[in-house]
Design a protein around this ligand. Structure first.
Ligand code: ADP
Ligand code: MG
Ligand code: MG
Length: 208
């Protein structure tokens, strides 16, 4: 089984709707350790993605590129260029392909994770979205025992949720939350949570 461009579009539409529903949650998380705009930033960016998809025709690489361009131009906050870079790198990793094969997932996650590390000058344990992307990438590198897309995306969604939760215990050293220092401990990172929702949405699309 593969993930074709129709399923990609369904994933992105679903995530846009999830963000619309979860805007208040993400805003609340960002209000605790940042400036309270992560929900609005993400919902605005992905609403624009959903609109852009009306006229979209292209392959899976192009669909990642559309997301990248839209997020970079529509999301004001730090998260715009970071997610924009992640999607750009994923688009490059499957450039020209009509479908994502099971064996493509490790390189997709690695490309996204490396892109965020470079763009954000971030490493693991700094309480950012990278603390979700990086373990997903590392985990997939170690595993070749998935029976199909469904078991792979279930693992992605479960691991992302667990890693987002674990950011609670971390002290922020990057982004706005770093200003809080020790007081950032006890709150999950908003970008880590929005990343976990992205993979939950992927699971809802491919393995409901
Ligand atoms: P802003 O902080 O500019 O208001 P958002 O609120 O939309 O932007 O996004 C905040 C999220 O961006 C954080 O929760 C964190 O996950 C992520 N982030 C911020 N700075 C970095 C960085 N240098 N590297 C990786 N992720 C970062
Ligand atoms: Mg913010
Ligand atoms: Mg902001």
């Amino acid at each position: 089984m593969e993930m074709d461009v129709k399923q990609m579009v369904a994933w992105f539409r679903h995530y846009a709707d999830v963000l619309d529903d979860q805007k208040a949650l993400l805003t609340e998380l960002d209000a605790a350790i940042g400036d309270g705009d992560h929900g609005a930033n993400m919902a605005r960016g992905w609403r624009a993605v959903k609109e852009g998809l009306h006229e979209f025709s292209g392959n899976v690489g192009d669909s990642f590129m559309l997301v990248s361009k839209t997020l970079i131009s529509k999301v004001g906050g730090a998260s715009g260029p970071l997610y924009g870079t992640a999607f750009l790198r994923m688009g490059m990793a499957v450039k020209g392909k009509d479908a994502i094969e099971l064996s493509d997932w490790p390189k997709l996650l690695q490309a996204a994770s490396d892109g965020i590390a470079q763009r954000g000058k971030v490493s693991g344990g700094e309480k950012t979205m990278y603390d979700v992307w990086k373990p997903l990438s590392d985990g997939l590198m170690l595993r070749d025992d998935f029976e199909g897309e469904q078991s792979l995306v279930r693992w992605l969604a479960q691991t992302a949720a667990a890693k987002a939760e674990e950011t609670k215990e971390l002290r922020a050293t990057k982004g706005r939350a770093a200003y809080l220092g020790e007081r950032s401990v006890g709150h999950p990172d908003p970008g880590a949570v929005s990343t976990s929702l992205l993979f939950k949405s992927l699971q809802s699309t491919l393995a409901p």
